[in-house]
Every structure is written in structure tokens, then in C-alpha cells.
Design a protein around this ligand. Structure first.
Ligand code: ZN
Length: 507
């Protein structure tokens, strides 16, 4: 006869496996919405998301879950603190306790509004008219307030939103961190030689049919572990990556036929996300530990591939001759040096996802400040476009010509993803810390990259970061990987070093 603790644990795993399947189904619907779904399907998709959410919420908040957890807890407490079973029970408790605080109707309303808000954003963008988005945004903020109110013991209501994306992150920690980031970046950007406005002079600009781009980026990713038996790459407007389950990792990209820049770097970015999802130990698949630990860690992986690998001198040495031979007319004369120097330039610009490495985080610092003010009520939805434009002028010295190149450029707020933006910069900070640790362990990693050999890099990332899934909370994972707490210095150090190496620092 099995003891009650292990028996309850087995029952919990059975229930949470079904929940993991529901999440996979939701992920598939999300992928479909971003790639295949006819635009007129938005209303029914919103209902489908809400129904999935209602089912998942009901299963998670079933009183039987609480009884099973109470039966499993005393047994789990006798195990080693690092034991997988003990971590599993703690993670289920965290999910259940969060879910029981939120009424089922509110959870479904949030899911429904996310799909509709995204749709409103798409229409407002097509019309270049913030006015068509304002009601959807106001609705998202109202819903986020109702959500945060379910957790009255949080030190700050915005902490509740942060915790969904970056467990454990608080306003108290975020404010000084972002202030240090901003204060570190502003002089770096001011001291760098400006790389022009970036209109049409890039080394990857020209005429590139979508099919040819697709063939090139697919071959590039295949050289680094993209396996068409387990991965897909599809076109979309706003690139994203989505793990559906073991053996099913979906990347998306956008083919702008006037430049290779977008597809090349967004593919490397989404590939980093995909490797994280695909690298989770299959033994914890369909369990509460079988996901990714935070969006910050997720983004550390994508930015590592996009920037620390993709925009490095060694990677340019590998990719430039391949670009030149794949596109002899447009890129026949491309040198690794030109690609590296140009890819490192400081070019204050309007669009976050196209921003250079030096200015990127200032976009995030601004969004974080704006959404914290929107959420706290010190900024109204109607004041947002002007506040956005003023912030872009102050931080980056650029003038915003219209809503599409300003406040309407990102999908997040429409989808109710408030508290999400900070994780982009958290990821950039982590990527530099992880890169330093990687270089200590694999000192010849850059030489290997110059030969197109990322095997050791991928192995290290899988062993140290990916395979653990949610076994460790994000900050514990960072500590285990780097021996450090989250900080801005490694990132600033990386940036200064790179700008100096590429010759972008003033005399
Ligand atoms: Zn990303």
C-alpha cells in the first residue's frame, strides 16, 4: 500500500499533466492566431481562449487540488530541499494559491479581453489611429486593477503584475535597477559616434524576395540545431516563438523584402527562445516544472543569440561570406568587418524591436515608466500618446511622427500584458551575466562561433539553463549559473567593450 504522501503526489501530477496539455493547446491557438487565422476569426478565437482559461482555472481551483497538496506537503517536507518532487509540490502550491485568489469569471474576462484587445490594436495600427485603441487599453488597465486587487497583501499592486512574468520581481527592486540602467546608458549613448539615421544605408539592405530570405535563414538556423522534424518557421507580422510541447517548437519571422536585417536577427532572437523551450528536460514535460522559469530568463536566451552571438565579430566572420555567396548581386562585397561595425552602431530610433543594442533598453525603461504611471493613475490613457512622444524625445532625442511608429508599435498593452516590458531589459542584463559565466567555462567559445560551431555553446546553455525548466525560480537560477545577483554592470561593461572594439566611441 503506497503512503498517502506519494499517492497524493502521483494524483497531483496526473491533474497537472492535463493542465500542461491545456496550456499547449492554448499555445497552439496563439500561434495560429499570429500566423494562419483569418482576421474575421478574432471573435470566436476570443471565446475559445476564454473557454480554455475557464477550464484550466476550474481544474486548478478544484478543492481536491488543495486536499491533495495538504496530503503531499508533509511528505515533500521530509525530502532534500533540491529534490524534484519537493520543488514540484511547491510550484503546484504557488499556481493553485494564485489561481484561487482570482474569481473564475475574472480569469475568463481577462482571457477574452486579451484576444479582443489584440484585435483592436491590429485595427488601430492599420488605421494609424490611437483613438481606435484607447477603449481597449482602458479596459485592460481596469481588468489589471481588478486582478491586482485579488492579492491585497502585495507590497505594491504592480508587484502582482510583475510576478506573473518575472516571479519574485518587485517595484522596490525594479525602480533602482532601471534607474541605474538608465544612468549607465545615457552617457554611453551620448558618447558614442552616431551611426546616422539608418535609412537605407545598412549593409543588409537591397532587394530580397521572401522565398530567398526564408531559404537563407532556415539554412542558418539548421547549422545551429534547428531540426525541421521538431521545429517550424512561419511568417508573421510581429515575430515570436512558441513551444507547443516536446518535439514541437514554432518560430515565426517577418520577411521585409527591402532588407535582410529583420529576418536575420529576428530569427536568431526567436531561435534563442526556441532553444530554451526545446531544451527543457523531457522528464519534466507535462509537469508544472516543464515550462520556462520567467520571461526575463527567456529573453536572456533570445538576446544572447541575437546580440552576443549574432552581432559579434566571430559570428560576422562566419555569416558574411555565406550572405555574399547566397545574394551575390546585393551582398557580393559584404565583409565581416562591415557587418560587425554596422551592426554595432548607435542609432537612436523609433522602433524598439529594431533598436540597436545600446539604445534598446532605453525604449524599455520608457515603457516601464509609462505603464507604471498608467497603472497607478498618474497618467491617463488619453495622455499616453503625448507622454510617449515626450519620453522618446527626452531619452533618445527622436521625434515620433505618428502612432504606428510611436505608442501603437507593440502588441503587449492590447493583449493585457502589463508588467511584461521590464522583463526585456531584465533579460538583457541576464544575458551579459550568463555570457561572462559561459566564457569562463568555455574560453574558446568565440573562436568556435567564427567557424559556425555552436555545439559547445548550446550544450552549456542546455545543461546550465534550459534543462531545469521551472525547477529554480529565476533569481536562484541566475545565481546557480553565474554566482551573481542581477546587476547592470556586466551589461554596461559588455556594451562599452563592444562599442570600443567596433570603433564607435568618440575620440
Ligand atoms: Zn524575445
Amino acid at each position: 500500500m503506497t503512503e498517502p504522501g506519494p499517492r497524493a503526489y502521483a494524483a497531483l501530477l496526473e491533474r497537472t499533466a492535463a493542465l500542461a496539455d491545456l496550456r499547449g493547446i492554448g499555445a497552439l491557438l496563439w500561434w495560429d492566431q499570429g500566423t494562419m487565422m483569418p482576421v474575421a476569426g478574432a471573435q470566436s478565437r476570443a471565446h475559445q481562449f476564454a473557454t480554455l482559461e475557464r477550464i484550466a482555472h476550474a481544474q486548478l481551483t478544484d478543492p481536491e487540488m488543495g486536499r491533495l497538496l495538504d496530503a503531499a506537503d508533509p511528505w515533500a517536507a521530509t525530502l532534500d530541499p533540491d529534490a524534484r518532487e519537493r520543488r514540484m509540490v511547491a510550484e503546484i502550491r504557488r499556481d493553485v494559491e494564485k489561481a484561487v485568489r482570482v474569481p473564475a469569471e475574472l480569469a475568463a474576462e481577462i482571457a477574452h479581453a486579451a484576444a479582443l484587445g489584440e484585435h483592436a490594436w491590429t485595427e488601430a495600427r492599420a488605421a494609424n489611429d490611437f483613438g481606435r485603441f484607447r477603449d481597449a487599453l482602458a479596459r485592460q488597465i481596469e481588468l489589471r486593477h481588478r486582478y491586482a486587487a485579488c492579492f491585497p497583501d502585495a507590497a505594491h499592486p504592480y508587484d502582482v503584475l510583475l510576478d506573473d512574468f518575472e516571479p519574485g520581481l518587485t517595484v522596490a527592486e525594479l525602480r533602482p535597477l532601471f534607474e541605474a540602467l538608465r544612468n549607465g546608458l545615457v552617457p554611453i549613448v551620448a558618447g558614442a559616434v552616431r551611426g546616422g539615421d539608418g535609412d537605407g544605408a545598412g549593409p543588409l539592405d537591397g532587394q530580397f524576395p521572401a522565398d530567398a530570405q526564408r531559404a537563407f535563414v532556415t539554412a542558418m538556423l539548421e547549422a545551429h540545431g534547428f531540426d525541421s522534424a521538431a521545429w517550424r518557421l512561419d511568417p508573421t507580422i510581429h515575430p515570436f516563438a512558441q513551444g507547443i510541447g516536446v518535439g514541437d517548437t514554432r518560430l515565426t519571422t517577418h520577411y521585409d523584402e527591402s532588407t535582410l536585417d529583420m529576418a536575420l536577427y529576428s530569427c536568431l532572437h526567436e531561435f534563442g527562445h526556441g532553444l530554451y523551450e526545446a531544451g527543457i528536460d523531457p522528464e519534466i514535460a507535462r509537469t508544472p516544472l516543464g515550462g520556462t522559469t520567467s520571461l526575463g530568463v527567456h529573453e536572456s536566451q533570445s538576446r544572447l543569440w541575437e546580440n552576443l552571438v549574432g552581432r559579434s565579430r566571430p559570428f560576422c566572420e562566419w555569416i558574411a561570406p555565406r550572405l555574399a555567396s547566397a545574394f551575390p548581386e546585393a551582398l557580393g562585397g559584404l565583409t565581416p568587418e562591415r557587418l560587425y561595425v554596422d551592426g554595432t552602431r548607435v542609432r537612436p530610433s523609433l522602433i524598439r524591436i529594431q533598436a540597436d543594442e545600446s539604445t534598446y533598453n532605453l525604449h524599455v525603461v520608457l515603457r516601464t515608466d509609462l505603464e507604471m504611471r498608467l497603472f497607478s493613475g498618474t497618467l491617463t490613457v488619453d495622455e499616453l500618446p503625448d507622454a510617449w512622444d515626450a519620453g522618446m524625445h527626452e531619452l533618445l532625442g527622436v521625434e515620433v511622427p505618428d502612432a504606428v511608429r510611436g505608442v501603437l508599435q507593440d502588441i503587449h498593452w492590447g493583449a493585457g500584458l502589463i508588467g511584461y516590458f521590464p522583463t526585456y531589459s531584465i533579460g538583457n542584463l541576464m544575458s551579459a551575466q550568463i555570457w561572462e559565466a559561459l566564457n569562463r567555462d568555455v574560453p574558446d567559445v568565440e573562436e568556435r562561433i567564427s567557424r559556425g560551431d555552436s555545439e559547445a555553446l548550446r550544450h552549456w546553455l542546455r545543461e546550465r539553463v534550459h534543462r531545469h525548466g521551472r525547477t529554480f525560480p529565476p533569481r536562484e537560477l541566475l545565481r546557480r549559473v553565474t554566482g551573481e545577483e542581477l546587476s547592470v554592470e556586466p551589461f554596461l561593461r559588455y556594451l562599452r567593450g563592444k562599442l570600443a572594439d567596433a570603433g564607435h566611441l568618440g575620440a
